[in-house]
Design a protein around this ligand. Structure first.
Ligand code: HEC
Ligand code: HEC
Length: 482
């Protein structure tokens, strides 16, 4: 468990140091299992002593805004929440190749779905649904329908700022350890010569996996990729390179993207690395009001957003959502209801044990990666299974999360998923992160935190219509627009 000792809040003035002491006591009270239902947000009242801050609560003369901004800056620095640097530029020929591959249905077994069919530009690189719908289906985003009602077990996360994230996937099953070694579901099939192609770290490996999944892209039958046994990912990757090599334009694009190399000597690692280059170059967003605030502009955030920021930095929120991308890159159970077809875990195989699937550690049952929060305003629904449609509802669920989980509102789900919510209240609460014990906050806190989340939106992410190419080398329809 992490506590204030691990993420010390560094403040400078002696007055502030006194406040830190009080905050730590508050945190300890909340961390204790027997904490009174008062919560960290309740501690705040005793803590806020400065008359400037009280005045700013009433709504802002310039001096009080400056004082609040200064306090937020200090708290933020203590959480290691810094500006997100831009990634290094990526060579244009690699970006072009990655863009074509990401939007080309030729990577799917029956040529009916591309990567971006589930990571749609019109839905902030998600698909606007709780759970994705894979190959064999028709329609886009919320309108997508599978004839047999098949769902992918998890929500499609956005592809923003992936260069700053690792591990990848909700359960972190693709990651690099401290020595840089890759850990992926492919085991030894991911060879060292493939790894030597990777230029974008963990992200370069990710594109190797959706093409293997039968429900996402490969299909059970009807094509040469589907015929390959699941034990031979390397054969699926070679068959894909054969497909791509049959298209003269792709051969040229690969050779332009990797100067001096012959297409014949390339593997699907080159394709996956190119997709990572495209995501890195085109989906980095670090120009939000929050970034302008961190750069020194006190007026970049509204007064309400500043209040929300202060709550976020003091509250347990920033003990997990920290660093430039607002994630500790660790795994926690924050009491989200489980729904959908599941991952084959638990009763009838309908459950999803999250991180425990990767580590085998029962204490990590239902733990998922702390979600990065930049552009979160645009990426509904929320949670690993899209259980919440409204951002404010997700934030509000942290207040008395045990009661909220029991009273989870299934009416927000699409009809086909309403009957799939598992009755696992006690199991989920058994491994709920101790940081949530005793957390309760008033509606006003949920309002302010929600407003703060909106300050993390880079305006450029609101319209991604320029992301898709006009055409792809296979000649298949790009079809990602509504
Ligand atoms: C059928 C829908 C679907 C398709 C097609 C699809 N994805 Fe995804 N994508 C998802 C879902 C669902 C997840 C979350 C899976 C998980 O975490 O277990 C995901 C996760 C990811 C992630 C991890 C993001 C993170 O924050 O960890 C990346 C990157 C990604 N996909 C890229 C791709 C690429 C590249 C392709 C094509 C090769 C692709 N996706 C095809 C649905 C899809
Ligand atoms: C114990 C660590 C922890 C704490 C404390 C925490 N979060 Fe989270 N947060 C997570 C994890 C883990 C997820 C993903 C959970 C899942 O999908 O099952 C998440 C998901 C979210 C999401 C949904 C994002 C998305 O794209 O799906 C939002 C919004 C969010 N948190 C905001 C907050 C706010 C605001 C607070 C403080 C009130 C907070 N979090 C406190 C770990 C934490």
């Amino acid at each position: 468990m992490q506590g204030p000792e691990i993420y010390p809040i560094q403040l400078t003035s002696s007055d502030s140091r006194r406040k830190v002491g009080m905050r730590s006591n508050c945190l300890r009270a909340v961390l204790g299992a027997s904490a009174v239902l008062l919560g960290i947000f309740g501690c705040e009242r005793d803590e806020v002593t400065g008359p400037e801050i009280k005045a700013s609560l009433a709504g802002g003369d310039p001096g009080s805004i400056a004082a609040l901004a200064a306090e937020v800056r200090q708290l933020t620095a203590g959480r290691g929440i810094t500006r997100l640097p831009s990634p290094a530029p990526v060579r244009p020929a690699l970006v072009r190749l990655g863009q074509a591959l990401a939007f080309d249905k030729v990577l799917s077994g029956n040529r009916d779905i591309s990567c971006m069919s589930c990571h749609l530009p019109a839905f902030a690189t998600g698909d606007g649904r709780s759970l994705s719908v894979g190959q064999g289906a028709d329609g886009l985003g919320p309108a997508r329908l599978h004839p047999d009602g098949v769902f992918i077990p998890r929500n499609a996360p956005p592809l923003f700022n992936l260069f700053a994230l690792q591990p990848l996937f909700w359960d972190g099953r693709v990651f690099q350890d401290a020595t840089g070694a890759f850990h992926t579901p492919a085991g030894g099939a991911l060879t060292s010569s493939m790894i030597s192609v990777f230029e974008f770290g963990t992200l370069s490996a990710l594109g190797l996996f959706p093409v293997l999944s039968r429900s996402e892209m490969r299909a059970d039958a009807g094509n040469e990729l589907a015929a390959i046994s699941d034990d031979h990912p390397e054969q699926v990757w070679s068959a894909l390179m054969k497909r791509l090599g049959d298209i003269r334009e792709y051969r040229r694009m690969f050779q332009d993207a990797y100067p001096g190399q012959k297409f014949e000597n390339m593997t699907f690692a080159h394709a996956s690395n190119a997709i990572a280059g495209f995501f890195t170059a085109r989906l980095a967003f670090n120009n939000s009001p929050w970034d302008r605030f961190l750069a020194g502009n006190d007026r970049a955030l509204t007064a309400t957003q500043l209040q929300g920021a202060r709550r976020f930095m003091r509250a347990p929120c920033s003990i997990c959502h920290n660093g430039p991308a607002f994630t500790d890159n660790l795994f926690h159970n924050v009491a989200v209801a489980q729904l959908g077809p599941g991952q084959g875990d638990g009763l009838n195989g309908l459950d999803d044990f999250g991180r425990m699937r990767v580590t085998g550690n029962p204490a990590e049952r239902y733990a998922f990666r702390t979600t990065p929060l930049r552009n979160v305003e645009l990426t509904a629904p929320y949670g690993h299974d899209g259980a919440f449609f409204s951002l404010r509802d997700f934030i509000d669920h942290y207040s008395e999360s045990d009661i909220k989980l029991r009273d989870f509102n299934i009416a927000q789900l699409e009809p086909a998923l309403q009957g799939t919510v598992l009755p696992t209240l006690n199991e989920i609460l058994a491994t709920r992160d101790p940081l949530l014990t005793g957390v309760v906050f008033p509606p006003q806190a949920a309002d302010e935190l929600t407003e703060f989340m909106k300050a993390l939106t880079d305006p450029a992410a609101r319209n991604l219509s320029g992301l898709a190419p006009g055409r792809v080398p296979s000649g298949l329809p790009v079809s990602v627009r509504r």
